[in-house]
Design a protein around this ligand. Structure first.
Ligand SMILES: Cc1cc2nc3c(=O)[nH]c(=O)nc-3n(C[C@H](O)[C@H](O)[C@H](O)COP(=O)(O)OP(=O)(O)OC[C@H]3O[C@@H](n4cnc5c(N)ncnc54)[C@H](O)[C@@H]3O)c2cc1C
Length: 454
């Protein structure tokens, strides 16, 4: 991997995973003078933020927006010359409850939400306000979101509003999720109302966030690094000279070994444990890393002739096979895609039979339900559709998560782990992935500065 520059061979780093965390870590390390190779198993870089072309424009495989408080995304976009490409919108949101679509954008919508008694609506409003102002989350760490919401907002509000919301994200693990997770959601959503005259403000990049992914890849290349796609890391081992070897398998089934001075694995803990056997890490550490489970996600994208509703984000409180409906083009307008773009999303465990259904079955199941609940839907309106499966989509944040989760440093000083599960107390998201990448890059730099030449 090393190339000679001015008589000095730069130290080399292998980054496993070409999602936004891996690419940002590689970009930071490349700028700091290290020679970086990113290996990504998929055909394209970007991970969950990767995109494809539809209707003549680029679109994420999975719905993405940012919040005004996402300062790490904004400053990275600025560094990459893209800050002025972020457009800011005031979306309209809704809840589907009892087959009825309730507007649910602001506090007045909560007051009008007749599915729960008035007193519980008031309690719920106060709960959201109080939570948004809370700074210290220590008292929430040992409580489940279910208990906390139940106590603070009342049984009816919990059953009608919060339980479906928790189930939407955590499926069968919903009742076990920590109160810290939901508190963070309240804070984030409250924060994104600041500066928007009390209205929620969401950002989206003109031409898709894929442009950020492209710019990161370009910048990594500009300082001599590379991003190898269709390249799966299979094994990390130690070399006798104190460096590391990352053995990869390529698309044609040939193997390639990358030698390097340090490794950053920007993947889930379980994926890391699967390829770290040769490092002989302590059993307790591996147990910690693998103890965090992740929900998978199925996301069906529809491009249609006409919009379905006026809402950007609809949370489904009824029992349907998908749990969120995101009408992306109610944020951006339909122009770029020559049609309306709608995402239907479902988080689930991988033992759920839906996970192994064919794409055709998922399309038929989700659209069959749309047909039942929305008179505006007809399958003849669908121009194009596709299903995206994400195995490690959402870490399940249990009580005392802070103590359960491993840090960036692994017991092997030259190997760092920076997966989504390392993000806490915030929920995973592009903003925190970028921040995590910065910390991982600093940890690698600190290690390499201390390390003698190999
Ligand atoms: C449904 C959904 C909606 C979301 N919406 C938003 C949103 O609106 N706003 C927001 O900020 N965030 C959102 N997110 C979260 C955001 O996408 C993630 O936090 C972020 O993209 C995570 O980046 P990452 O690099 O850590 O992980 P990933 O994107 O998962 O990247 C990890 C990469 O590692 C690769 N990999 C794994 N193992 C190996 C191996 N052995 N060898 C080579 N490559 C390997 C994988 O293929 C993958 O590309 C959403 C996520 C989901 C699932």
């Amino acid at each position: 991997m090393g190339i000679e520059t001015a008589g000095r061979v730069p130290k080399t780093v292998c980054v496993i995973g070409g999602g936004v965390t891996g690419l940002t870590a590689a970009y930071r390390l490349g700028k700091a003078g290290y020679l970086v190779t990113v290996v990504e198993q998929n055909p394209e870089a970007g991970g969950m933020l990767s995109s494809f072309f539809t209707g003549g424009s680029r679109l994420e495989h999975i719905y993405h927006h940012i919040f005004t408080s996402d300062t790490h995304v904004r400053s990275l976009a600025d560094e990459l010359g893209l800050e002025d490409q972020i457009e800011w919108y005031h979306p309209r949101d809704a809840l589907l409850s009892g087959r009825h679509l309730y507007p649910f954008t602001g506090p007045m919508d909560l007051l009008r939400f007749r599915a729960i008694p008035l007193w519980d609506r008031i309690r719920t409003g106060l709960l959201v306000l109080r939570a948004g102002r809370m700074r210290n989350f220590a008292a929430l760490e040992q409580q489940t979101a279910a208990d906390w919401l139940h106590r603070q907002g009342g049984r009816r509000a919990y059953e009608t509003l919060w339980k479906p919301l928790l189930r939407a994200k955590f499926d069968t693990d919903a009742e076990e999720v920590s109160a810290v997770w939901i508190w963070n959601k309240f804070k984030l959503r409250g924060g994104s109302r600041k500066g928007g005259k009390g209205r929620e403000t969401l950002g989206y990049m003109r031409g898709s966030f894929g442009r950020m992914v492209d710019r990161l890849v370009e910048e990594i290349g500009a300082v001599g690094g590379s991003v190898l796609t269709r390249t799966t890391a299979l094994d990390i081992s130690k070399r006798e000279n104190g460096g590391y070897a990352v053995t990869c398998i390529l698309e044609d089934c040939s193997a390639r070994t990358l030698s390097c001075d340090a490794v950053v694995a920007c993947i889930a803990g379980r994926q890391f444990a699967n390829i770290a056997g040769a490092l002989r890490l302590p059993r307790e550490y591996l147990e910690k890393v693998t103890s965090v489970t992740h929900k998978a996600n199925l996301c069906l994208t529809l491009r249609m002739y006409h919009p379905l509703t006026d809402f950007y984000w609809t949370t489904i409180c009824d029992s349907l096979p998908f749990v969120v409906m995101v009408e992306h083009t109610n944020l951006t307008g339909t122009g770029p895609y020559r049609g309306a773009v709608v995402y239907l999303s479902r988080y689930l465990g991988i033992t759920d039979p839906l996970w192994t259904c064919t794409d055709d079955d998922i399309y038929r199941l989700f659209c069959g339900e749309l047909d039942r609940i929305l008179p505006s839907f007809s399958s003849s309106q669908v121009i194009e559709w596709r299903v995206r499966r994400t195995r490690y989509a959402q870490p399940v944040v249990l009580r005392d998560y802070g103590q359960r989760v491993a840090g960036i440093d692994t017991p092997d000083p030259g190997v760092k782990l920076a997966g989504m599960a390392q993000i806490y107390p915030q929920d995973r998201g592009v903003n925190y992935a970028i921040a995590l990448a910065g910390r991982a890059a600093s940890a690698v730099e600190a290690y390499l500065e201390e390390k003698p030449e190999s």
